[in-house]
Write a protein that binds this ligand. Sequence first.
Ligand SMILES: Nc1ncnc2c1ncn2[C@@H]1O[C@H](COP(=O)(O)OP(=O)(O)OP(=O)(O)O)[C@@H](O)[C@H]1O
Ligand SMILES: [Mg+2]
Length: 262
Amino acid sequence: MIIAPLISQKGGAGKTLISASLSVALAIRGYRVWLIDLDPNATLSKVMGIGNPTGVNGALTYIMGFTKSIKVHTATMENNTIANVKVIPPGTTSGINPDGALPSTPVLTSRLSSLINGIGNYRVRPNFVLIDTPTLNPTLNPSLTASLINIANLLILVTTDEPGGSNWVGSLLEYALTITQGRRQEYVMIMNKLINIRGGFDLGARYMVRILRNPGVEAAWRVGSIPYLIKDPELNQFRKAIDELASILEKINAELTWVTQQ
Ligand SMILES: Nc1ncnc2c1ncn2[C@@H]1O[C@H](COP(=O)(O)OP(=O)(O)OP(=O)(O)O)[C@@H](O)[C@H]1O
Ligand SMILES: [Mg+2]
């Protein structure tokens, strides 16, 4: 099982968009995915259709190129299941109304550990747990950053080539090393919102996925937009990049399972 927070120290890098799209790409490959929304703003939950039933059938249908519509369950938190994706909103009591709950960082931190510790109680466990996080800074919120790094076996670092978009990566990885102390932890770098797919810089990551800045994605992502009005020949690049990311996660999962079974 992969437990992977999407981390970025700069707001608006694309964590929520990528976690939502990636969950769908993994579900299409037949995996069970938990999508934990740790952002008090609950953007991911809304986009996935919680309290906003058109979310998935609109933006994500368009972005990921579905042909079928997806049934969205909003009855109780346990039933927030979309195909193979289970969405867990940040609210502590009710999953139905993410707008009603704005939990504090300590609440999110303890909620995260009880969620992860509770996975063992499920008869059918997820293959991938993706965690959408609020913008994280180890100096500003050390407890949440440390607990995310602690529970993760994979870090998905979402960067852009805007000013401040990726200079935090080195120090975050150093911080992660002090926490994991030799325990194996993979990381995947995502360079998002690129103007050009070539060029950019090399941070020495084993896995790197590049995603272009795409006006069609941007427009479709605005919850409530009418995505089918947008015609965008470039959209395939986004889908391909997310699919590449899904196959990287699939590979890392297979490797980890192998190592665990030795
Ligand atoms: N590849 C892309 N092309 C075009 N727009 C993008 C791309 N990636 C993200 N965006 C846009 O950037 C904005 C921020 O994306 P998103 O909400 O996923 O970022 P985030 O990292 O979750 O932000 P926050 O820190 O606020 O949670 C959104 O409007 C989204 O549509
Ligand atoms: Mg977000």
